[in-house]
Design a protein. Structure first.
Length: 113
């Protein structure tokens, strides 16, 4: 992340900053979910961000091992979920998640210049 983005995210909270600074997968998930506002299952997210299912699930929900539950995207209020058909669970961004994803997207486009 660029310094300006780091400072803006730090002001939103240390746990949020720590979570996104520590994990590129968390950032990738936020940016991916921004494109699909109606929600996406974990296996689609993992496939499209080129991360393992286990790491993707850990980043979203926390697994108590490599991904702390306290700094998971769900716990930080950035991602929510809804049950769809049967046992299918779709993950999508909360309003706060959309704001953070837009901030990250803005930074990515600045870095691409």
């Amino acid at each position: 992340m660029r310094n300006n983005t780091r400072n803006r995210i730090k002001r939103l909270g240390y746990d949020l900053y720590f979570s996104l600074e520590r994990s590129g997968i968390r950032r990738d998930i936020l940016l991916y979910l921004k494109v699909y506002p109606s929600g996406v299952p974990i296996f689609d997210i993992s496939r499209n961000i080129a991360a393992s299912y286990t790491n993707t699930k850990g980043a979203i929900l926390g697994d108590g091992k490599g991904y702390n539950v306290e700094t998971s995207l769900i716990s930080l209020g950035l991602v929510t979920y809804n049950k769809a058909r049967g046992s299918l669970i779709l993950y999508s961004l909360t309003q706060r998640g959309k704001e953070i994803a837009s901030l990250l997207e803005e930074t990515e486009s600045i870095g691409a210049r």
